[in-house]
Design a binder for this molecule. Structure first.
Ligand code: FAD
Ligand code: UDP
Length: 382
C-alpha cells in the first residue's frame, strides 16, 4: 500500500516524490517505463567511459534562486556557460544567438558599437503589425536574410512545420544581440551537476519512504499496487486513452558516436540550419561536463515525427486540443498532472522543477497528510 504512485522518474516525478517522502513522511512508489531514472535528463558513461546524455545535451540554467537552491540539496555543481556556433554557407562558423560577431563575420564588417548593429538590424527588419508567429519574431527583428540563414531551415527540420505555422514562443527562445555576448543563455545560474544528472536523481530518490521501479508501465502496476493518490508526468493524452485524439509531440532520433580523438568541434554545440542536411545540431559532451578523456562523444539530432514524445508543438490548434485534456485532468480526483508532457508545455528543466515545487505547495495546502491506516482512494478501474 502506497500513499502516492508517481508515474515518471524525470524531474517532475522525482522532485515531487522526494518532497512527499521527506516533508510529509508519505510512502511513495515511483515507476518509469524506461529502464532508468532521470527521464530525458538521463546521463551515463558510455563504453569508452565518456559521460554522455542519452536523450541529447541537457544544460542547466535558471534565474530562479529557489530552484537552484532546491537542487543543490542533491548535487554539487560545475560552472558552465554554453556556447553554440552555427555552420552556415561556405562552412563559416558563427555565433548563435546572432550577435555583433555574427554580423561582422557574415558580412565582412567591422561594427564596433551596439548602436551600429541595431541600425544594421533596423535597416533590414520587416516590421509586422502583430508579432504572432515564429517567422514574425525573427523577420521583424533582423529581416528576411538572417531569418533564412539561421531560422527557417532549422525550424522546418526541427518541427516539420514552417516558422509561420508555429507560435512566436518557439523562436523567441533564441534572442538577437547587438553586443558580443556569445553565450547561449544569460540566466543568473548556469551550472552542470558535478557528477551528472543521474547521480543527482539517485540522491533525490534515495529515501526510505521511496520505492523505485524502472522498466515498469503504469498499466502494469495501477491495479497491482494500491495507492491513495497519483502524480502523472507522462503525456496527458495517453492518460485519457487519446479520447479526443492524439496531441502532437515532436520526436528526435539521436545518433551517438564515440570518436578516437580528443576533440571533434570548437564548441559544445554546432547548429546546422541548412536544409541540405537532415540533422539540426551536433553536441560534444566534454565541453558540458569538463571531463578529461582521450576520446570524445558526440550526439547528432535528427528530428522525427514518430518516436518518443520529446517536444509539445506550440501552435493554436494544439493548445485548443490540450485545453480539452486539461479540463479532464482538472476534473480527475486525487490525481496531479505535472511536467512537460503532462501539461503540454515547452518547459526547460528548471521550469519543470519550479512547477513540481509549486504543485507540492498546492498539495500541502489542500491534502491532509496520510495516516498509516488510511485505505486506498484510487482502486482498480479508477
Ligand atoms: P520527462 O523527463 O520526459 O519524464 C517523464 C517520464 O515519464 C519519462 O521518463 C517516461 O518514460 C515516463 N513515462 C511516461 N509515461 C509513462 C507510463 N505510462 N508508465 C511509466 N512511465 C511513463 N531542458 C533544459 O533545461 N536545458 C536543456 O539543455 C535541455 N535540452 C533538451 C534537449 C532535448 C533533446 C530535449 C528533448 C529536452 C531538453 N530539455 C532541456 C528539456 C528537459 O528534457 C525537460 O524539461 C525535462 O526533462 C522534463 O521533465 P519531465 O519530468 O516533465 O519529463
Ligand atoms: N532555432 C533556429 N535556429 C537555431 C536555433 C534555434 O531556428 O540555430 C529555433 C528552432 O525553431 C528551435 C527554437 O529556435 O526549435 C528553439 O531553440 P532551442 O535551442 O531553445 O531548442 P531546444 O534546445 O529546446 O531544442
Amino acid at each position: 500500500m502506497f500513499d502516492w504512485l508517481v508515474v515518471g522518474a524525470g524531474f517532475a516525478g522525482a522532485v515531487l516524490a522526494e518532497r512527499l517522502a521527506s516533508v510529509r513522511g508519505e510512502r511513495v512508489l515511483v515507476i518509469d517505463r524506461r529502464d532508468h531514472i532521470a527521464g530525458n535528463a538521463y546521463d551515463e558513461h558510455d563504453e569508452a567511459g565518456v559521460l554522455m546524455h542519452r536523450y541529447g545535451p541537457h544544460i542547466f540554467h535558471t534565474n530562479s534562486e529557489a530552484v537552484f537552491a532546491h537542487l543543490s540539496n542533491f548535487t554539487k555543481w560545475r560552472a558552465y556557460e554554453h556556447r553554440v556556433l552555427g555552420k552556415v554557407q561556405d562552412g563559416k562558423l558563427v555565433p548563435i544567438p546572432i550577435n555583433r560577431t555574427t554580423v561582422n563575420r557574415l558580412y565582412d564588417l567591422a561594427l564596433t558599437s551596439e548602436a551600429e548593429v541595431e541600425a544594421f538590424f533596423d535597416a533590414r527588419a520587416e516590421k509586422v503589425a502583430e508579432v504572432r508567429t515564429s517567422e514574425d519574431v525573427v523577420v521583424g527583428r533582423v529581416g528576411r536574410e538572417l531569418y533564412e540563414t539561421f531560422f527557417r531551415g532549422y525550424t522546418r527540420k526541427q518541427w516539420g512545420l514552417d516558422p509561420s505555422e508555429l507560435d512566436k514562443s518557439v523562436t523567441s527562445r533564441v534572442p538577437t544581440r547587438a553586443d558580443n555576448d556569445d553565450r547561449y543563455f544569460t540566466d543568473s545560474f548556469q551550472f552542470m551537476p558535478a557528477d551528472g544528472y543521474t547521480a543527482m536523481f539517485s540522491k533525490m530518490l534515495d529515501h526510505p519512504n521511496i520505492t523505485v521501479m524502472t522498466g515498469t508501465e503504469y498499466a502494469a502496476v495501477k491495479d497491482k499496487f494500491p495507492h491513495r493518490r497519483l502524480i502523472w508526468t507522462g503525456p496527458v493524452d495517453e492518460f485519457f486513452d487519446f479520447r479526443f485524439g492524439k496531441l502532437p509531440y515532436r520526436s528526435l532520433r539521436f545518433e551517438h558516436q564515440t570518436l578516437d580523438q580528443e576533440w571533434f568541434q570548437p564548441a559544445g554545440t554546432v547548429n546546422y540550419p541548412g536544409e541540405e542536411v537532415p540533422y539540426t545540431r551536433i553536441s560534444e559532451y566534454k565541453y558540458l561536463t569538463g571531463q578529461v578523456h582521450p576520446k570524445t562523444t558526440i550526439t547528432t539530432e535528427f528530428p522525427a515525427a514518430e518516436g518518443d514524445p520529446y517536444y509539445p508543438i506550440p501552435r493554436p490548434e494544439n493548445a485548443a486540443l490540450y485545453k480539452r485534456y486539461e479540463a479532464l485532468a482538472d476534473a480527475t480526483p486525487n490525481t496531479w498532472f505535472v511536467g512537460r508532457l503532462a501539461t503540454y508545455r515547452y518547459y526547460n528543466m528548471d521550469q519543470v522543477v519550479g512547477q513540481a515545487l509549486a504543485t507540492f505547495r498546492r498539495i500541502e495546502a489542500e491534502v491532509p497528510q496520510s495516516a498509516a491506516n488510511d485505505g486506498p482512494l484510487l482502486a482498480a478501474g479508477d
